[in-house]
Design a protein around this ligand. Sequence first.
Ligand SMILES: [Cu+2]
Length: 509
Amino acid sequence: MILSKFVDELPIPSILKPRWKDSFQTYYEVKMTEFKQSLHSELNDTTVWGYEGSYPGPTIEVESGERVYIKWINNLPDKHLLPIDYTVHGAHRDLPDVRTVVHVHGASVESDSDGYPDAWFTNGFAKVGPKFKKEVYQYDNNQRSVTLWYHDHTIGITRLNIYAGLAGFYLIRDQKERLLNLPSGKYDIPLMIQDRSFHTDGSLYYPNQPPKPIKELKTSIIHEFFGNTILVNGKVWPYLNVEPRKYRFRLLNGSNTRFYRIKLDSGQIIYQIGTDSGLKEYPVGIKEILLAPAERTDVIIDFTNLEGKNIIMTNDATSPFPDGDSANLVKTIMQFRVSIPLSSIDTSVIPQDMEPIQKLNEQMASNVRYHTLNDNTDQYGREFMLLDNKRWAAPITENPKLGSTEIWYLINLTTDSHPIHIHLIGFQVLDRRPFDVDKYNKEGVIHYTGPIIPPDPQEQGEKDTVRANPEQVTRIIMKFGPYTGLYVWHCHILEHEDYEMMRPYIVIR
Ligand SMILES: [Cu+2]
């Protein structure tokens, strides 16, 4: 079935209202339910999961420093929407199928409210995972203005829960940002980009076997997922009517595996103003944006003087990235139609400078850790990935000290790029450098084969997710805090994360 492009308007998620709010704290309740929603007008309504009856969930908007409590409530049915593989870590047959836990990606948050994968809970909190601590999570929002997102993080079934629809935006705002006079209000729009496939009846399609099926298993995890349509904010190939003026878009790759290399078919420059963890020091004009799963980028697109023009946002990233072929390529993301007359003079600006960022340098680091990204094969002949050749359940090996600065070397021995995400903290990308993988595998030493590659202009600033490219060492630097306790770091390709490419770590006093 081939769906027409640009027949449905881009939905913009509503802003969630708190249950109550006073000058000290704000309290939200967010229910997860199953419901039907139209994802494309030529498609029957699709059964999805969402927060507060919508996919994506409503946007949670808070002020920097605001103390927020959220009760995440599982009101989902007992039966999962998608096929579960009971052989992967933490998803065994003796557990309830429908388990959830919510992580606010990029949030600086206490350990017990971070949404640890083993802190899952079922409908009515009837059953909870071994690391479950509390029903109401606390967020201090001690961060500058930033585009975060909340999504499911349940051990062994994150890929299925997010694919079913459990994701939404979480924005922190502050006075500094407001003073910059960026496009705001209805000219500040979040875009959650995801790929999905459908059965002809409109239901979500997610494979229950890899291309080479595992005969012993009714359902097997797949190594990667590539859908044949692209959705933005829950609509397939939507369009957005815009005025001839500047807009701010908060781009998020919310896909399971797919990378996007985003361009505008008008060839115009995109002004990047923010990275994963907040505003950049100054905007950069770029022609293309590379987004791995979970990466965000804040941009300004200027439609001034483009009245009557239709502009398509395109993608040309191969799948898997970077060495996949074009068989899985979906080239179209969405369309902008400069069709609305200018409602008032556009006084917003693309600032020259935004926020100074203290650069972390190597001399500040008190510890260096070397991490490998490895390929492996399981008892069914399936390929799976590991960090440091260790499984999820292996004892904790990473225990940074509160307030200390560390450099992590991400030594990628695989042939794919993996978006590595570390909870709790933001980091800076130091550099990348090609190295000899064979020599590393034989002798365990890094032998560099080329010059140091500085981070892309797009990556300058603070990030929480970084592309660890194949046959390169990617170096990042970060300061651990302000909380102690148990967190995780992992690959954000959900099919990898669900099958051992995730490790716990602990910040100690
Ligand atoms: Cu991965």
